[in-house]
Design a protein around this ligand. Sequence first.
Ligand code: FES
Length: 106
Amino acid sequence: MSEPEDNWQDLIAVADLEPNDATPVDHGKRALAVFDTTDGITVSDARCPHAGADLCDGYFDGTHIECPLHQGLFDARTGAACAAPATRPLRMITSRVVDGMVQIRI
Ligand code: FES
């Protein structure tokens, strides 16, 4: 069953992303991270689920984001926690790209 089109909201133009990096985007009161991964664009909460650091300040290698505070590691394509002290996954936001615009499903 597909979702109605009005559940999708524009987030940021692909042209405005940091190429091959993590771009911070505020969506209402929510801080999001948009990752330009080697496998496509993904979106997650920007706050690290370990202790809340801003993941957009971390090191991104095209697939994984390293938290700048305690160096927890996450797969930015799936949200999986890959290295301690990160144990809980990133909260990923369903996203897509339409006509050069990153959209998220609300
Ligand atoms: S705040 Fe990210 S690993 Fe601790």
